[in-house]
Design a binder for this molecule. Structure first.
Ligand code: 5AD
Length: 348
């Protein structure tokens, strides 16, 4: 099948096999089919997700982590990083300020930090839900099913837990403290509990090939995720992978575009890591399938400590000023701003 025909078929619902996915991911910059891929990804976004970008506020409330992820700067073997935990009041006050600035989704993210017990997380959820009509996404890693159940009951609407790589052997190598099966189990349980689920993976991890990326896309499709974060791998100096090559932003954009063609309604963020490597590629993501952006809102003194991967921090501005900047950035990219909570498009 010709590449153009393949792209058309996928936009219409055909599920590509591994080889067909690889064929598209291999398109190079000179190939005319490449611009067709991005064009089609934008058309599919407009059809299924409209031309509005969802802006979410993310509160990275603790950088303590019990995990040993080989790529992540928060891994518990990193003794150089200064650890912090936000108090419940600080978290709720930040959420309130974000809500006042116009955010309708609050993402609560942290390392896997069991200091925040089930009770503490529930208190945070209850108090944030009390602020107004907003959606809460939890991104706190692997917990007991009982806890997930309780969080859902208390007000968590969505859960973000990336599968990181769908290659089971690679996953297990990069996560010596855990394994792929338990990650997969969490995703399935969360879905069963009625959460809108988010997953995703990194592009350019060492030992990852085009076939791994094909597996990642097929995995997301089989899970029917509501959101998928796809970003380039960035080596962090305090990790085992410090000497590895960073992921390609070009390849990441192709993966995002193909994800849009395959997943249709799924929310796809222009990931922060994409912007860290290349700000222009982050803007380009909005015309290649992405329809979500996440903005950190925790106090600036904590942001520099939440260093999953090295990144430059911007000048200190208020939550409202930063929100206004993002709105301008979206309009400049030729898109509109969504003022809804941004629930899954799959919820009818
Ligand atoms: N490079 C890129 N992304 C990373 N993440 C963690 N470490 C890195 C890194 N070095 C991503 C993972 C994780 C999310 C919070 O950040 O996908 O799920």
């Amino acid at each position: 099948m010709q590449t153009k025909e393949l792209i058309n078929k996928i936009s219409l619902g055909y599920q590509p096999n591994k080889n067909e996915i690889i064929k598209i991911l291999r398109l190079d910059k000179e190939d005319e089919n490449l611009s067709y891929l991005f064009y089609k990804a934008e058309q599919v976004t407009l059809k299924y997700c409209k031309d509005e970008i969802q802006i979410r506020a993310i509160i990275e409330f603790s950088n303590y982590c019990r995990c040993k992820c080989a790529y992540c700067g928060l891994n518990c073997n990193n003794k150089l990083i200064k650890r912090y935990r936000m108090t419940i009041d600080e978290i709720v006050n930040t959420a309130f300020e974000a809500y006042e600035a116009g955010y309708k989704t609050i993402v609560l993210q942290s390392g896997e930090d069991l200091w925040y017990s089930k009770e503490k997380i529930c208190e945070i959820l209850k108090r944030i839900k009390g602020i107004g009509d907003l959606a809460i996404t939890l991104s706190i890693g692997e917990r007991e099913i009982e806890e997930y159940k309780e969080f859902k009951k208390t007000g968590a609407d969505r859960f973000l837990i990336k599968h990181e790589t769908a290659d089971e052997l690679l996953y297990n190598k990069l996560h010596p403290h855990s394994n792929f099966k338990s990650r997969f189990q969490c995703l399935k349980e969360l879905k069963k509990l009625g959460y809108q689920i988010g997953s995703g993976f990194m592009v350019g991890l060492p030992w990852q090939g085009y076939d791994t990326l094909a597996k990642d896309l097929i995995f997301l499709k089989s899970l029917e995720v509501d959101m998928a974060g796809i970003g380039p791998f960035i080596p962090h100096p305090e990790t085992e992978l410090k000497n590895q090559v960073k992921g390609s932003t070009f390849l990441t954009l192709k993966v995002v575009a193909l994800a849009r063609l395959m997943l249709k309604y799924t929310h796809l963020p222009a990931t922060t890591s994409l912007g860290v490597l290349n700000e222009l590629d982050k803007i380009a993501a909005f015309s290649s399938g992405a329809n979500v952006i996440m903005q950190k809102v925790e106090p600036h003194k904590y942001r520099r400590l939440y260093e999953i991967y090295p990144s430059k921090l911007k000048v200190h501005k208020s939550i409202l000023e930063e929100r206004k900047d993002i709105e301008k950035y979206i309009l400049k990219a030729g898109k509109k701003i969504s003022f809804t909570k941004g629930d899954s498009f799959k919820i009818k």
